[in-house]
Design a protein around this ligand. Structure first.
Ligand code: C2E
Ligand code: CA
Ligand code: CA
Length: 713
């Protein structure tokens, strides 16, 4: 480098003018730049401003001699090569020259041709040493930054040499660390010592290794280290030395643990999450597959959790989940207690899969009855009342279950099957029950799926139609109202009744769209009747519970009515009892809003839900519609006539209107009429009919509607 980039600078220090002159001439000829000084002091001064790459230094000089000059240079930390020019060939002064820090010596008389080769060689050697020192320093700095230390173990002498950085990882220096391999072993965490010793044995047999283990630092801290070691062999292939590095990876490991905690455990409950559950289940299935064993996948859902959420608020509901998680998961290994097994996850006993769903799998072939008994016992323990916010909640669970290999061969498939079983329970409205998956559920699910896509099409392509069923006042023999009922003209299956698709639309979240269509169509029909000069009776529109809970209900009704210029008094809304009772606080609010718009409200299917007189009073409901099931038996002598009588009496005492639904026989009509419920709806008077037919009935009346007419009316 020195020779190609710039000529190397040499300093010749000699009191002999001739030698100096000859040396300068020879060296300049060889391409060096040369400065000179005639004595030790002058040489040191010249050195300071000339910065030579090499010094040629005479030993014997007046003033300070060459030895002293060299010593002073070295004492300033100067490392440039110093070649001593000595006339003294005795070994004592050569030794002294080296002691003073000389790099080499050249005996006088000087061979001028050889001199330049010696100088060149010394410069090259100095450069090599320089770069070695530099790279050692860089390496050490890099190791320090990366928290890496290195070591060597000489098998022949059993010497264990380690770098300063290595000792620093243990919070020690080379002296306090002690020598020998035992010093290391003592500092390995007792739980990991065996693994470390095994690895050291293996490297002696020629196998490199990479190993994570815990070390105990002098300050008591436990760190995680990654050690890598390689064997070095002699010509015969025998391992003679082992070289290794040790890296402090504590930060990385704890970051990994945090990530693992986030990825595999549920924040709220600390239980394993769905990902963890699925992975653990998958590996259990692999094992059971080999063994030909069985496994049960159990999904546990908290009954009516939505209600808890709505009534107590999310914070309290979260606390309920935490309590339940603790009970369900009791006895389960803690989240990440074994700090050093980031790649190993214990099989969870209980996991939180999402919201209020917990999962569990039971390995082995204990029969279904035994498993059901085990689950029942677990749920009985977990289902004791929960106290939150000063309230005591009773909880129960519904369970869907699927078995490997019968109901699925993968974690995904089994979870899906168990979910289907749970879904079947939910659709049946059952609680506190264990339901096992059956093949029929899959058939049903497929049918539902194709129905769902057909329904989406139906909404897009307007395949719905309304029919109207008259409500008749038997005393007066005339139509006093009507109910709009929706029908689906399925392109291939023909006419489909609402019972077959309304619940599905609710599940799909599309009931709002249909409800809006129904209201719009009803208003459109009403305004057409009004335009035709017909005297229009109030028309009832059914509202699903889901629609009833929607924030935008009032606004959308208001907008629809105004768009068609239909007065609010002409529209009646029918809502089931259970929809009203879902959230009584919100219900009161909605009803106030509906009343302020001028709409009236009827409770549909009255008698089938939780009837609370107090609430009906508070809600100021306008009309009760006595459910068909009571009407149907009211002439049959069972206990129902008494119920019908009681409902009629109650409604009258509260000043509510009454409609009897599903009146099919004259006998039923007479009983209802006798007890004071003249308004009836049912096949006896008219089936639901098309819009033109209903319009005709409004104009001309219903044939035979006046057969119960009483004289007084
Ligand atoms: P619902 O509100 O109780 O409607 C009365 C149901 O009883 C209608 O069935 C009607 O055809 C039937 N019905 C009327 N008279 C008699 C009778 O004398 N005997 C018998 N056996 N049945 C009679 P439909 O039209 O099949 O409707 C069933 C249910 O679907 C309705 O029960 C209502 O809950 C729901 N629904 C109908 N249309 C709509 C709608 O537009 N929106 C919503 N959300 N639900 C609707
Ligand atoms: Ca109805
Ligand atoms: Ca009804």
């Amino acid at each position: 480098m020195t020779e190609t980039e710039r000529p190397a600078r040499l300093l010749v220090i000699d009191d002999d003018d001739v030698t100096r002159m000859l040396a300068c001439t020879a060296l300049e000829e060889a391409g060096f730049r040369v400065a000179e000084a005639a004595g030790g002091e002058a040489g040191l001064e010249r050195f300071a401003d000339y910065h030579p790459d090499l010094v040629l230094l005479d030993v014997l000089m007046p003033g300070i001699d060459g030895f002293e000059t060299c010593r002073r240079l070295r004492s300033q930390g100067i490392r440039v090569p110093v070649i001593m020019l000595t006339g003294l060939e005795d070994s004592a002064s050569i030794e002294r020259a080296y002691d003073c820090g000389a790099t080499d010596f050249i005996p006088k008389p000087i061979n001028w041709t050889l001199l330049r080769h010696r100088v060149r060689y010394a410069l090259r050697a100095a450069e090599a040493v320089d770069s070695l020192v530099r790279s050692e320093r860089n390496l050490s700095a890099a190791q320090q930054i990366a928290h890496i230390g290195s070591w060597e173990w000489d098998l022949g002498t059993d010497r264990f040499h380690r770098s300063d950085n290595y000792c620093a990882l243990f919070g020690e220096d080379a002296v306090s660390f002690g020598s020998g391999l035992s010093a290391l072993i003592e500092r390995v965490h007792p739980g990991d010592r065996e693994r470390v010793c095994k690895s050291l044995d293996s490297v002696c047999e020629g196998q490199r290794y990479s190993l994570e283990y815990r070390i105990q630092r002098a300050d008591g801290q436990v760190c995680t280290a990654l050690e890598m070691a390689v064997p070095l062999c002699d010509a015969s292939g025998r391992v003679v030395q082992v070289q290794g590095t040790l890296q402090d990876i504590t930060e990385r490991v704890s970051a990994e643990q945090r990530i693992r905690q986030l990825a595999y455990f549920d924040d709220l409950t600390g239980l394993p999450n769905r990902v963890h559950f699925r992975e653990a289940l998958q590996s259990v299935l692999l094992r059971e597959n080999v063994r030909g064993g069985h496994c049960a996948v159990v999904l546990i859902n908290v009954d009516r959790f939505k209600r808890i959420n709505e009534t107590l608020g999310q914070d309290a509901a979260d606390r309920v989940l935490q309590v339940l998680a603790l009970r369900l998961g009791s006895g389960q290994a803690g989240a990440a207690e074994d700090g050093l097994s980031p790649d190993r996850l214990d099989a969870p006993r209980m996991a939180r899969l999402n919201a209020d769903n917990f999962g569990l799998f039971i390995e082995g072939a204990s029969g279904r009855a035994a498993i059901e008994a085990e689950i029942s016992a677990l749920l009985a323990r977990a289902g004791s009342p929960v106290h939150v916010d000063g309230q005591t909640l009773s909880v129960s669970f519904s369970v869907g279950m699927a078995f490997y290999p019968k109901h699925g061969d993968s974690a995904e498939a089994l979870l899906k099957s168990a979910e289907m079983a749970l879904g079947a329970l939910r659709r049946r409205g059952e609680h506190d029950t264990i339901q096992c998956y059956t093949e029929q559920m899959k058939v049903d699910a497929e049918a539902r799926l194709s129905m769902e896509s057909a329904l989406r099409e139906a909404i897009d392509e307007d395949q719905f139609a309304l029919v109207y069923q008259p409500k008749v006042d038997a005393d007066r023999g005339c139509i006093v109202g009507g109910e709009a009922l929706v029908r689906w003209h399925h392109p291939s299956k023909g006419l489909i009744g609402p019972v077959a698709f309304i619940p599905l639309l609710e599940e799909m979240g599309l009931i709002g769209q249909l409800g809006q269509w129904v209201l719009n169509q009803t208003c459109e029909d009403i305004s057409r009747w009004r335009a035709a000069g017909l005297s229009v009776v109030p028309i009832a529109v059914n509202l699903s519970a889901i629609q009833f809970g929607r924030q935008d209900l009032l606004a959308s009704i208001h907008d629809t009515l105004s768009a068609h210029e239909v007065p609010a008094g002409v529209i009646e809304l029918e809502v089931t009892e259970s929809a009203l009772m879902r959230d009584t606080h919100a219900t009161a609010e909605v009803l106030r809003g509906l009343h302020s718009l001028g709409l009236s409200l009827a409770v549909d299917d009255f008698g089938t839900g939780y009837s609370s007189l107090a609430y009906l009073k508070r809600f100021a409901v306008d009309t009760l519609k006595i459910d068909r099931s009571f009407v149907q038996d009211c002439d049959g002598g069972r206990h129902d006539p008494a119920i019908v009588r009681a409902i009629i009496a109650m409604a009258r005492s509260l000043g509510m209107g009454l409609v009897a639904e599903g009146v099919e026989t004259e006998a039923q009509a007479r009983v209802l009429q006798a007890h004071g419920c003249p308004v009836m709806q049912g096949y006896l008077f008219a089936r639901p009919m098309s819009e033109p037919d209903f319009r005709a009935a409004l104009r001309d009346g219903l044939p035979g509607a006046d057969r119960f007419r009483t004289n007084g009316a």
